[in-house]
Design a protein around this ligand. Structure first.
Ligand code: 6PG
Length: 252
């Protein structure tokens, strides 16, 4: 009987189990709007990190419905990117452009794309400079995003922090290049220090295919090398999980 608390307890996360992907997307969009309204009221701008993969498409469909948001004050970043051209069908940037950013009046200057055309290492370095400039960071300081949206893979990865990757142990950089093991595909990803400096992290996970990973991540003692999502625990921020019933199927 292990007496070390599970990740869910240690990370003080708030878990919401919702009927389906549309409900998860609606809830994620509600968090997006709430965080945006609050940040714009307090600081005059909203810095948000979009996640990659496919789930965000449903989230974007809900976010675009909000016609009251002042998009001139919204600054969009990405948690990770595949090292493909911005026009490639695998591009996280392209997914957001097609399903969200082309449909709202966000200024181009507010879209902080990871410039994959530079190659993985140079793109990571350039993106780190963009963060340092936007947040006016002193050397060694961390950016505090108002909101970071994250998905999770069936292996417990998040952003492009994959099991066993060197990036899991990198606390010296804001952004690093990484490799998706099964795909041997080059990626660029924010590191844990940046994810964990956020004011809010909202995780969205849907589908039966994720149920084993959801159970493993939430109900086991932290072992972030095997289950990278367990390394996400905002130091001074809120952590919210939005999952559908299929993804929750293995939970007690
Ligand atoms: C990526 C992501 C990755 C994604 C998960 C979940 O670029 O693929 O950032 O971490 O969020 O793999 O992806 P789905 O939402 O498609 O299941």
């Amino acid at each position: 009987m292990t007496n070390s608390p599970d990740y869910r307890t240690q990370a003080r996360l708030k878990l919401y189990i919702l009927p389906d992907v549309t409900a998860v997307a609606t809830a994620a969009a509600r968090h997006f709007r709430a965080r945006a309204s609050s940040a714009i009221a307090v600081s005059g701008r909203f810095s948000v990190v979009l996640s990659g993969g496919a789930t965000p498409k449903a989230v974007y469909a809900e976010i675009v419905k909000d016609r009251d948001l002042d998009w001139t004050k919204v600054h969009v970043f990405w948690g990770d990117e595949r090292c493909v051209p911005a026009t490639h069908s695998d591009s996280n940037y392209r997914l957001a452009m097609d399903h969200l950013l082309s449909q709202v009046p966000v200024p181009e200057a507010n879209i902080h794309r990871i410039k994959t055309e530079l190659g993985a290492k140079q793109a990571a370095a350039a993106y780190a400079v963009e963060l340092q400039t936007f947040f006016k960071l002193e050397p060694g300081a961390l950016p505090r995003f108002n909101l970071i949206l994250l998905g999770m893979g069936g292996d417990g990865h998040t952003a492009s922090l994959f099991p066993g990757a060197a990036a899991l142990h990198d606390i010296a950089h804001l952004v690093v290049s990484s490799t998706a093991p099964k795909l041997s595909e080059e990626r660029i990803t924010l590191t844990y220090p940046v994810l964990n400096a956020a004011a809010w992290v909202v995780v969205h996970v849907c589908g039966q295919g994720k149920s084993a990973a959801v159970k493993a991540v939430l109900d086991s003692a932290p072992q972030f090398e095997q289950l990278p999502m367990q390394g996400v625990r905002p130091m001074q921020g809120e952590l919210v999980w939005l999952i559908d019933q299929d993804a929750a199927a293995a939970l007690d």
